[in-house]
Design a protein around this ligand. Structure first.
Ligand code: AMP
Length: 396
């Protein structure tokens, strides 16, 4: 994948519409985590320094076509201005691009920055409707997509508008996601090891299937491991089980064998009788979990085996925690693997969502090569799918 980036553009004096992912958590009018705004700054600064008339758009939450005040982007505009140390015009417009906004856009000078109102105030946005796409295309000469979190969806503000523009590019955030998640999975340095965890097999069916054609070793932990252990005929007590995925798990065990992929599952489990941090904990070997107990983390022998499998790896992709990392007593497996990844000489790529939260909360965030900014989008990349918000952008 070799998409045009903002370094390939000449934006001086041009109207550039930049799609960002400013979908930040806001509580009582305050942004509680501004990471996504901070992450967008390099792209914004580059376009600004190059003299663009920069119009930024994003969604926030799910207003579903209604102008819900709590989901106004005004608070983001103010924070963005502070972070940039520069004025950011905010167009408080329920229609997003009504005449008042168009007039303000007309008056913009080179180097000005404007933030539009929440694109999901418009009902057509998530349906990729024609009118809103055209209206967005009409206000810009060039379209830039830097919202990886929504790149797996075809909406007006990332796909509809891009289809109508000759000049398009990705920003630095998406460029990085393509480089690490897209290309690393397609052309990895080997050995290539994938680690999959999290609650459910059903969320990751296509990821497991796709990765089994690519990796040298697949490590499976977390809640999803128990459906695989069941497929091998082991007792799993009260551990998470997706009965209707046992057949699929069997197929994947066979696929791994056929493809010569080493598939590693837990050999011991940290178990509890209740889903709680403050409860008695016992370790059971594979196949020996008592009926009243459920596996909530990988055990120490498993950690050792997984660590060994990671030694010497050159590319590692990790999606999904290996236990209930939110509870301290069941975070040890996830912690040990995060630590191991921080020590090996490999390209280490962490999927978005829970895996990113786990690695960051455990203090290893800055030790990884790349932490994806999009949960759903990074999963679809790992499934080998084309993301509409990226494929619509011009190639170099
Ligand atoms: P996912 O969103 O599929 O990556 O799942 C993440 C969630 O899986 C986290 O909230 C973990 O607490 C949960 N999880 C991980 N391992 C287990 C397990 N053994 N049993 C139950 N839940 C788990």
């Amino acid at each position: 994948m070799n998409k045009k980036t903002i370094d390939d553009l000449k934006v001086n004096g041009k109207y550039v519409l930049l799609r960002c992912d400013f979908n930040v958590p806001v509580r009582e009018g305050k942004i509680t985590d501004e990471n996504r705004i901070v992450a967008a700054l390099p792209t914004i600064k580059k376009l600004n320094e190059d003299g663009a008339r920069l119009i930024i758009c994003s969604h926030l939450g799910k207003p579903k076509g209604e102008a819900i005040k709590e989901l106004s982007l005004e608070v983001v505009g103010r924070r963005l201005a502070t972070l940039l140390g520069k004025e950011v015009l905010f167009s408080d417009d329920d229609y997003v691009v009504s005449d008042g906004t168009l007039d303000a856009i007309d008056e913009m000078q080179d180097g000005d920055i404007m933030l539009l109102q929440n694109t999901r105030y418009r009902e057509e946005e998530t349906k990729n409707g024609k009118l809103f796409s055209e209206e967005l295309a009409d206000i810009c000469d060039i379209f830039v997509n830097d919202a990886f979190g929504t790149a797996h969806r075809a909406h007006c503000s990332n796909v509809g508008v891009a289809e109508l523009k000759e000049e398009t590019a990705v920003g630095y955030l998406i460029e990085k996601e393509i480089k690490f998640i897209g290309n690393a999975v397609e052309e990895p340095n080997r050995p290539f090891v994938a680690i999959l965890g999290g609650a459910k097999v059903s969320d990751k069916i296509n990821v497991i299937d796709n990765l089994l054609s690519k990796v040298d070793t697949l490590i499976i932990g977390g809640g999803m491991a128990y459906t695989f252990l069941k497929a091998q005929g082991h007792e799993i007590g009260k551990s998470l089980l997706e009965e209707d995925k046992v057949e699929f798990a069997k197929e994947m065990l066979t696929k791994a064998e056929d493809n010569g992929v080493k598939l590693l599952l837990p050999v011991d489990n940290v178990c509890a009788q209740e889903f709680s941090n403050d409860t008695e904990v016992r370790i059971f070997d594979k196949g020996e979990i008592d009926p009243e107990w459920e596996g909530l983390d990988i055990g120490p022998k498993t950690v050792e085996i997984f660590e060994k499998a990671l030694t010497g790896a050159k590319t590692v992709v990790w999606n999904g925690p290996l236990g209930v990392f939110e509870f301290e007593n069941f975070a040890k497996g996830t912690l040990a693997i995060a630590k191991k990844l921080s020590e090996i000489d490999a390209v280490t790529i962490i999927g978005g969502g829970d895996s990113a939260a786990a690695v960051n909360n455990l203090g290893y965030g800055d030790k990884m090569t790349h932490i994806s900014t999009g949960g759903g989008a990074s999963l679809e990349f790992l499934e080998g799918k084309e993301l509409p918000g990226i494929s619509v952008i011009a190639d170099k």
